[in-house]
Design a protein around this ligand. Sequence first.
Ligand code: HEM
Length: 494
Amino acid sequence: MAPLDLYVAGGIVAVTIIGAHYFKKQKQNSPPWAHASIWQTLNEFSNYPVEFLIKQRKEKGDIFRVNLLFFSITFIIGAKWNRWLLRETKEEDASFYEAVRDWHHGLIDVAHNFPGWHERALKAMSIGLNGPARLEQMSKYFLDIAVPTYQSWEAETSVPLFDFGSELVLRAVLTALLGPAFVHKYGDEVVPMVKSFERDIGHNLAMFLPLWATGVGRGLLRTRRRWKELIEAEVVARLEDPTRCVEAGDYLSYLLTLDNAARYMDCYGEHIVTAITAAHTNSDGTFAWTLLHLVRNPDLLAEYENEIRSNPPLGGRYPIKTMPFSEACLRETGRLYSNLVNLRYVFRDMVAPGGIIIPKGWLAASPLVTQRDPELYPHPEEWEPHRFLSNDPATSYASKFRSHEFVQFGYGRHACLGEKLVHCLLRETLWPTLIDNYRLEVVDGVIAGEGLSNVGVDVTFSEGLGTPFGEREVWIKVTKRDVPLSEEAARSSV
Ligand code: HEM
């Protein structure tokens, strides 16, 4: 960090500490403050947010405010509050878009303010990411990336699961959104650029100081400039030759076949970068944790292997409709690791059920904390996919979803637009292609007794967005099987 950055940061910290304490008064009917000193809050919330929120919930109930020095967040926890936030509040009261915009420190202002863009983008993503023909095409893209990537992993003595997994998922989503030709041409430049963008967007210096004032902020501005250049050049080239768009299966091509595509030129760069972040930051952690839990638990891995044996791929795609175990694994990883916060920005004090006044500012549900509630999930800290295979109406996935006890992909107005793509990416392609063709072995990075369900590594929430990684890297060795699992039966009957 440059010395100037340090002085500016130090000054802001001092002023804010004084200000935060001066203004931290309890208004009538507003939620109580978390029971912890400011330093304890900062330390525990940034290092162990789930444990901190669980502890505060026990003391203060389902609604409380957390003072994070530069700003505060009102937390609402539990199925009832998930429902209220995700289904019942209105965009004009508790805004998802404003939260996303604010979180990006003005880097996505053009698209945010462009008349009609939000509606257009929402509709475009609903169709452009979810039609069966598009999903089929995207699956092919994913397979084309997975096969050579796994071959390259096999050639190494061992590979870092979180890092390499993240890069694989990133290349896959870039291809789904921008097409293979773009990724082939710019992948080596764009992959590190997106990775640093995702890391730096949540950096304290970017959050509390003007972007031009710090190295981190200037890096984000450079990324935005370069990204805009790349996407605009791509858009111009595709609009000049519309047949390219009609024939291609990627999302940008679909977006450019819509009416008046040229009018929205200024929005595409910002839109695509936020779509990539949305697509990547939860899928990569889900990819890695699921594999790690499976490899660390031979019985569960054997169960997945058997599911693959009896569901051979068709044209490289595994038939996920008849693969409930992999769905349960996806859910269980989401239950334990995803959705620490669903953030909204409240424009003015608002009245919540029970007459509680939610103050203007940040508001967040924490589905992850709800998902660790032992009354809803017995042995909540165990990674146990079978809990989602139950047909019991009280505990099945469908009932957990309907009752808002489990909202892995959100609910209502802002529910995830990429859920089908996730099934196609992880369950139909990346996981089974790897496990069908390779044996996995953890060779370094795990410590017995550490992490949830003895997975061998604790989770860290202190870096990055979305589903977090392990607090250190885990190294796996990938060895090709003599015969893929899904071909064993056919070969042995010959
Ligand atoms: C395991 C992976 C994923 C998880 C757990 C996940 C989860 C979520 C959740 C919980 C929300 C709602 C956030 C809120 O209400 O505050 C959301 C929204 C969204 N997700 Fe995902 N997501 C995943 C992957 C994807 C993928 C692959 C895409 C593809 C582009 C995507 C695109 C989106 C978009 C665009 C929204 C915002 C919808 C809106 O504007 O209303 N997500 N996601």
